[in-house]
Design a protein around this ligand. Structure first.
Ligand code: 5GP
Ligand code: ZN
Length: 112
């Protein structure tokens, strides 16, 4: 299967690693939308939030455990935003579920 983020997990495409454990990989977004912008993904390929099942949903818990660790490691004490774009109308451009972790600026709400 040809998947950009699977290739990043395998190291076939270089990335700037921010965090890694058995289940999760996080790396710097190539086009950052905030002073801190990580992409957090399960290593296992899941296409989108629409593909979460009873069998793979534990990986979302692992993603959020990783996010809490990243926030501590990176001292994101001012807060942060987690964004998951799903599908065409949701603005998803890479077909491997991912969570944008944005911080170090005041993020507008609603996002527009
Ligand atoms: P989406 O629009 O699907 O929610 O987010 C995809 C994100 O992946 C975008 O923020 C984009 O900048 C990032 N991205 C796309 N290709 C690459 C890449 O090759 N390397 C890295 N580090 N980020 C990428
Ligand atoms: Zn993938």
């Amino acid at each position: 299967m040809d998947c950009l983020f699977c290739s990043i997990v395998k190291g076939e495409i270089p990335s700037t690693k921010i965090y890694e454990d058995e289940w999760v990989y996080a790396f710097a977004d190539i086009d950052p939308q905030a002073p801190f912008h990580a992409i957090v993904i399960p290593k296992e390929h899941i296409a989108s939030a629409a593909d979460i099942t009873a069998e793979n949903s534990y990986l979302l818990a692992k993603v959020y455990e990783a996010i809490a660790k990243i926030a501590e490691n990176e001292k994101l004490s001012g807060g942060f935003r987690v964004v998951n774009n799903c599908g065409h109308d949701g603005g998803q451009t890479v077909g491997h579920i991912h969570f944008h972790l944005l911080a170090r600026r005041n993020l507008a709400w609603p996002p527009g």
